[in-house]
Design a protein around this ligand. Structure first.
Ligand SMILES: *Cc1c(COP(=O)(O)O)cnc(C)c1O
Length: 396
C-alpha cells in the first residue's frame, strides 16, 4: 500500500525534527522484521487471544435489521475487547515491539482517555513505565479515566498549551519523545503521525477485517455490500477496511463527526471541510482556518474530536475507493439509543456515528445483502454525557 517513503499517493511521509530520523528508521526496520518473525507473531497472537479476548464476535443484529427492513446489519464487536474498544489491538502490538527493542518506558497521548487507558494496561502487563499526555480540559472532563490510568500505574501529565485538548497532547508527547528516544517508545493511538505509524497502526488493526471477512463469508456465503466505520484519526476504519480494499464490490464508508452540523462551523468533519496541510509529522487533510492554522474542532464524541485524518484515508478519499460521510451529534445520539433499545447493546458514541449511517444505508439495500458496522467501543463511558444531552442530570 505504501511506497518506500511511507506515502499514500501524495499523502503521508515524515515531517519531523532531524533528531527523530534515526529512531523512526530503526522503528520501521524493527517493525518490518517483526512481520517475518514467527516468535513475535506467536506472542502477539497469544496476547490478542488470551488477554484481549479475540477473536471478537461478528453479531447479526436481526431485530434491528427487521425494524430497518433492508440489508442484514452485522456488528463487528470490538466493544467486547479488554478495555472496551479496538485501541488494545494496536497498543499490544506496539508495546510488544517496544519491549523487544529494549525500551523500558512508553508514552502516549489521549483525548477522552481510551487510548491512554489501553496503553497503561499494556504497560502494566509488560512491566513498563508509562506516562500519558492529556489536555487539561480533557483531564477535567474525564477525571475517572485519569484515576483509572493512575490505578494501572501510569503517570498522567495535564497539558496546558493551546486548546488543552487532544492535538496539544500529541504535540507534547512528540516533544517528550524527541528528548527521550533512548529508553522511550511513543505509542501513537491512531493511523496518523509520521511514517511508519500510519502503516504500522493499520496493520495492527487489520485483525478486525481479517476476522470479519472470514466470519461474514461463513455466516452468509458472500461478501458484504459495504463496511462502515467511524473516523477520528481513522484507526478502527483502517482496520475494518484493510482486508476488503481489494474486493472492489464492497463499498468502504467512513463516518466523520459533523457535530452541530457542517454549516454551524462546530464539527470535526475533516474530509468534508479540510484542506491539505502538514501537521503532526504527516501530510494529510486538516481542518484549517483562513490562515492555514489548525482550526478548533467540536464533536459530542471525544474520540472523533481530532482536526485531521490519517494519510491513507486522505488517499482512499482522493482515489474514490472509500467514501466519507458526515454524521451529526443528534444523528449519533439517535443511533446510540436505537441500538441500546433494539439489541441491548450500548455502543460508544463514536461507533454510533457509523451505526447511524449504516441504518440509512441498510434501508436502501435489498434483504439478500449484508453490511458490517465496526462497533469500535462500548458506550458505558458515554452514558452520563448522553443523559445530559437529553436533559437528564446523571452523576458518574
Ligand atoms: C479512539 C476511538 C475512536 C476513534 O479513533 P480512530 O483512530 O478513528 O479509530 C473510535 N471509537 C472508539 C470507541 C474510540 O475509543
Amino acid at each position: 500500500m505504501t511506497n518506500t517513503a511511507g506515502r499514500f499517493g501524495d499523502f503521508g511521509g515524515q515531517y519531523i525534527p532531524e533528531t527523530l530520523m534515526s529512531e523512526l528508521f530503526d522503528l520501521e526496520a524493527a517493525y518490518e522484521a517483526s512481520k517475518r518473525d514467527a516468535g513475535f507473531q506467536r506472542e502477539l497472537h497469544e496476547l490478542l487471544h488470551n488477554y484481549a479476548g479475540r477473536p471478537s464476535l461478528l453479531y447479526c443484529a436481526e431485530k434491528l435489521s427487521e425494524e430497518v427492513g433492508g440489508a442484514r446489519i452485522y456488528l463487528k464487536r470490538e466493544d467486547l475487547n479488554h478495555t472496551g474498544s479496538h485501541k488494545i489491538n494496536n497498543v499490544l502490538g506496539q508495546c510488544l515491539l517496544a519491549a523487544r527493542r529494549g525500551k523500558s518506558r512508553v508514552i502516549a497521548e489521549t483525548g477522552a482517555g481510551q487510548h491512554g487507558v489501553a496503553t497503561a494496561t499494556a504497560a502494566a502487563l509488560m512491566g513498563m513505565q508509562c506516562e500519558v499526555f492529556m489536555g487539561r480540559e480533557d483531564t477535567e472532563r474525564q477525571a475517572l479515566n485519569v484515576y483509572r490510568m493512575e490505578l494501572l500505574g501510569a503517570r498522567v501529565h495535564s497539558v496546558t498549551s493551546g486548546t488543552q485538548t487532544l492535538k496539544d497532547a500529541v504535540n507534547e508527547a512528540m516533544r517528550e519523545w524527541v528528548g527521550r528516544i533512548d529508553d522511550t517508545h511513543y505509542v501513537l493511538g491512531s493511523v496518523m503521525g509520521p511514517h511508519p505509524f500510519p502503516t504500522m497502526v493499520r496493520d495492527f488493526q487489520a485483525v478486525i477485517s481479517a476476522e470479519a471477512r472470514e466470519q461474514i463469508l461463513a455466516a452468509t456465503g458472500k461478501l458484504p455490500a459495504a463496511v462502515v466505520a467511524c473516523v477520528g484519526g481513522g484507526s478502527n476504519a483502517a482496520g475494518m477496511f484493510a482486508h476488503f480494499i481489494a474486493d472492489k464490490d464492497v463499498a468502504l464508508v467512513g463516518c466523520e463527526a459533523a457535530g452541530r452540523g457542517i454549516a454551524s462551523g462546530e464539527h470535526a468533519a475533516t474530509i468534508a471541510t479540510g484542506e491539505v496541510g502538514v501537521f503532526h509529522g504527516m501530510k494529510s487533510l486538516f481542518c484549517q482556518d483562513a490562515d492555514g492554522q489548525i482550526a478548533p474542532v467540536y464533536s459530542i464524541s471525544a474520540g472523533l474530536d481530532y482536526p485531521g485524518i490519517g494519510p491513507e484515508h486522505a488517499w482512499l478519499h482522493a482515489t474514490g475507493r472509500a467514501r466519507y460521510v458526515p454524521v451529526t451529534d443528534e444523528q449519533a445520539v439517535v443511533a446510540f439509543e436505537r441500538l441500546s433499545q433494539s439489541e441491548g447493546i450500548i455502543p460508544a458514541i463514536e461507533s454510533a456515528h457509523a451505526l447511524s449511517y449504516a441504518i440509512e444505508l441498510a434501508a436502501s439495500l435489498p434483504r439478500e445483502d449484508s453490511l458490517i458496522v465496526c462497533l469500535s467501543g462500548r458506550g458505558d463511558k458515554d452514558v452520563a454525557a448522553i443523559g445530559r444531552y437529553r436533559g437528564r442530570e446523571v452523576t458518574e
